[in-house]
Design a protein around this ligand. Sequence first.
Ligand code: SF4
Length: 541
Amino acid sequence: MRCPTSISNRRRVLCVFPTYTPSFGTFSHSYRLLPRVRAFMPPQGLLLIAAYLPPSWLVRFIDENITPATAGDFAWADFVFVSGMHIQAPQIHDIARRAKRAGKLIVLGGASVSGSPELYPEFDYLHIGEIGDGTDRLIAFLDQSVAPPQAQMRFETNERLPLCDFPPPAYDLIRLDHYLIGSLQFSSGCPYRCEFCDIPALYGRQPRLKRHEQITAELDEMLKQPGHPSVVYFVDDNFIGNRKAARELLPHLIDWQRRHDYPLQFACEATLNLAKQPEILSLMRRAQFLTVFVGIETPETDALKAMRKEHNSALPMMEAIKTLNSYGLEVTSGIILGLDTDTADTESRIKEFIDLSEIPILTINLLQALPRTPLWDRLKRAGRLIVNDQGLESNVRFLRSYDEVVATWRRCVAYAYDPERLFARFAHQIDATYAHRMNVPVRGKLTIRNLREAVVLGFNVLLWIGLLSNYRRSFWRAARRALKRGQIDAALGMGLVAYHLIRFSRDALRGDQNASFYSTRSRALTPPIGPQLEDATTLGQ
Ligand code: SF4
């Protein structure tokens, strides 16, 4: 639905989404291998707000991961709407500076300001919380006034708009073919309470849901664009936060895929206890879910208990990963270093976990305390929160020496992304995982455009990885195995992904990228106060 507020004036709203700091999980180095791709994933939150605005208001949408907002864009607008996560804080401040210079009123919403409104004193209006009654009051206010407020005003949502009333994101304002993967939200919230995670405080512990008709309508919208990513990621904090709902949605996804000749593949985030749900797994396989991100965080059982993530040890970890693989699901995983439970043995346990799990893609990150988490409260009480130190990779005073934690991180990254080991793990997936995927008709993907893109990708993978890289032998060992089994997609996919992971890890080990996505080490854009926040390894899971 659109905003129900009755409107008297026409307004021009410029929505600007800030750039992401490069990370393991955004695959930014790989964009050059694909025609047109320039960013990771469409920003669901801001696209939702754009769709919710009154129909008589004019909306222009700029994702700065694709192109920067120009002076002309700012000049056109009455208001500039910005949204982002903690990791984008420096870029959010930068957009505010540019909009203010252009004399515009600026509005900030999204996860970062909802968790830490005090970090954004320069914005005229803050939208705190999810879309809901606060959004309606904000829109009513902006309809009445374009005069700068005397002091910053906050509009806080007390009553959230039910997900079943969400409009489809405003895909008509963006080009989907500029994105590596598509995004889709089915639910919000997570029933667990992991110590470091802000999802339960921000979005609640009772997952709220869209109707299956909304999901398939959003998929229809994506297909309408001539070029759309072939993989769509469910951005839900935990896809099985409500198992019954997931079980009921999946047959509709299967039906949609069948009716459209399987044009898409899906990915999601879920807790590792998904392995105990054979019915859901079997439906996911049939719906073409190919990847699941699991926040494994640590292979150490005591550490899981300490962070209140015991649900990850509901089954022996390796057994759970094997089970997911047997349904064609490649597991990707987050690992956190710098936990209070870390010891001198942690490094060898992580390396052993990498070898035994055979998970190719792991985001290895340092612990960061986010506001509105039990971890934040505990560390604050203990005087272990570091504020405003521009030289460090984390805002946590670790129990082990800082230098040792960062050095451990380096050695784990170097180990995980050594090309020989990385391609060996991919090679393992060929029989353990990819062979278990359902064979589906290719008709839905057979378009001239897709064929052209596959040729470009094939050429680039051959050239940059198969011929010119210094890890080409490792690549060919895995690729030959995939090609022998007729898995051309897998051979290209592993080249595409490994290209980013190897380059990014080499940058990081040289010191050109940070150990933590929240690093407060000085970068081109630095927030004025406080830590940078949000953990892409645990976005949801
Ligand atoms: S880390 Fe994952 S499982 Fe834990 S509370 Fe957050 S979303 Fe839920």
